[in-house]
Design a protein around this ligand. Sequence first.
Ligand code: C2E
Ligand code: MG
Ligand code: MG
Ligand code: MG
Length: 289
Amino acid sequence: AKKSGKGCFVFWQRSFLKDSTPERMRIESELRDAIDGNQLLMHYQPKIDAETGQVTGLEALVRWNHPRHGLIYPDSFISIAEESNIILELDRWVINAVAYQQKIWKEMGLPLMTVSVNISASHITRMELVTIFEELFQRYPFLPHCIDVELTETAIMANPDRATEVLNCLLALGVKASVDDFGSGYTSLGYLKKLNANTLKIDRSFIDGITADDYDRDVARAIIALATSMSMDVVAEGVETMEQWDLLRSFGCQYLQGYYFSRPKSAAEIAEIYLGADPLKFDRNLPTT
Ligand code: C2E
Ligand code: MG
Ligand code: MG
Ligand code: MG
């Protein structure tokens, strides 16, 4: 079962689902209702400049406010959505929600930051993803320059030629692209070069062990060197301590994300704390709460 303590209990066990078609169908139908009935919401987690401590971007993360079970995190429902076509609708909902949020922040006069949107594995080989963004950018002409798409390394490598093709079309629209959870899959470096993504995000599993485990530290350092040599930006995800911050900074990692700086927060909280007139800046000499 999944790690607990995230505010939801594991009520969908995968083994249970495999055997029980009616149960799965109930969840799928609840998920459809969730998309139509506005039970989904986005939280945003800041990305920090490792040198200055300034917030430089946000990652959008979906949550499901279930009428009976409360707030449910994506690890509990993305894979179910992936196994049916619901994921296509879910991704579309997320992309539109982020665009709408950017519009609201813009209308409030807040500085626009690049928002990263996670794209599901099922979508990154489909040209219809390009159409979704094209239609969106007609409605919101300011948007292309403040959107980044995050594609996981594993999803890209499942069908690298097709993913490269779709990604090139997205890049042509003016968005940026990141390879998410990098280091956890098996990337051919030849493809990485061809992919034209702007950013590598080091998988959290390596950051976890970076101060205690030589292997994790070497992998993190190697990914940073690789990104630098390919002129890509690099983000470390899952930074939870100042020691990790210091070490990553000394390795030349430009951007950091993690609970040490901030958990994902609602759009209202983000506007208040990070997009205000005097946005919060993290200082390495001050304790962070
Ligand atoms: P991800 O894209 O790699 O997102 C990072 C996950 O790590 C998030 O979990 C985030 O809350 C968590 N995290 C961030 N900092 C820390 C830290 O310091 N320590 C720890 N332990 N965790 C940290 P979340 O929001 O539960 O999302 C899980 C995964 O679900 C995401 O991994 C992404 O693959 C997927 N996902 C999230 N939102 C969406 C979405 O809107 N669409 C799609 N298709 N997938 C999504
Ligand atoms: Mg991500
Ligand atoms: Mg990630
Ligand atoms: Mg992940």
